[in-house]
Design a protein around this ligand. Structure first.
Ligand code: OOG
Ligand code: MG
Length: 262
């Protein structure tokens, strides 16, 4: 850690205000070039604490930058982890208000719900599958608080990995019945196919993102509790959306997820 508690609290407030007021800010590493990974996650945890203190429930965890396509798009090499809050959840087929967002993008994600705790270090794909209750598809709407979506890893971790909205849809399926590596995903914007991928785009197997998260949490001596909803990260690059756009994502064997931006 290089930042003191007061600076962490100030940066958390700064980034959370940018989110809540839908106003972009410059990336925080510009002013704090020496900040380290622990500082970045400490700021994110402080944002989470602030939301929970105001009565918001943390309703899921997320992995991001887990696919080559996303890493390449953002120019980074390492996955990141964040959380989602109750108010970020939006209904399948519903409207998403762009007025509350800065510059939203959509991502197609395969998600897991656990039925047993997962604990690292040494958590692996097999352990994740044994602890999985079901898988379900979702679209994440990310909205970096940083100007022009330009950031480095530490800045984006502090900004809760651009978490903004998410839509769970499709149908829940038993992971044992599916080959999650070969599941096809087709992302359509306004009726046109704009991106596609297979599940293996995420670290070779989407469950690997959950194992990485469990191993990351082990550093804090935390586990992933039973009953946790976890998003494994976009399978393709993220797609920008504006008011008027309609998104529909078809997941092989898992149904589809749709929303309209207004
Ligand atoms: C960071 C969040 C990435 C994903 O699924 O890859 C993410 C960003 O690209 O803004 O959620
Ligand atoms: Mg994502």
């Amino acid at each position: 850690m290089t930042l003191d508690q007061a600076t962490i609290a100030r940066l958390a407030e700064h980034l959370e205000n940018a989110e809540l007021m839908a106003r972009d800010v410059t990336k925080i590493s510009d002013d704090h070039p020496d900040m380290d990974w622990d500082d970045a996650y400490a700021i994110q945890y402080e944002i989470r604490r602030r939301k929970e203190a105001r009565g918001h429930r943390t309703v899921g965890l997320k992995a991001g930058l887990t696919s080559r396509a996303k890493m390449k798009q953002m120019g980074v090499e390492t996955p990141v982890f964040g959380f989602v809050s109750d108010y970020m959840s939006c209904p399948d087929g519903g409207d998403i208000k762009t007025g509350e967002l800065i510059h939203p993008k959509v991502e197609a994600e395969i998600c897991f719900v656990t039925k047993a705790p997962l604990k690292g270090p040494g958590c692996h794909v097999g352990a994740v599958l044994v602890a999985t209750d079901f898988v379900v598809p979702a679209v994440e709407i990310i909205d970096s608080r940083y100007r022009d979506f330009k950031f480095d890893l530490k800045s984006v971790i502090a900004d809760n990995t651009s978490a903004s909205r998410f839509v769970i849809g499709g149908r829940m399926r038993d992971a044992a019945e599916l080959d999650l590596r070969t599941i096809g995903v087709v992302l359509e914007k306004n009726g046109e196919i704009v991106a596609m991928a297979a599940g293996a785009a995420v670290l070779g197997h989407p469950a690997a993102a959950i194992a990485m998260l469990a191993n990351k949490l082990a550093e804090r001596n935390e586990d992933i509790p039973a009953g946790t909803f976890i998003m494994t990260g976009g399978v393709t690059e993220a797609i920008s959306v504006v008011a008027g756009d309609a998104i529909n994502v078809r997941f092989q064997d898992l149904g589809s997820v749709s929303m309209r931006f207004v």
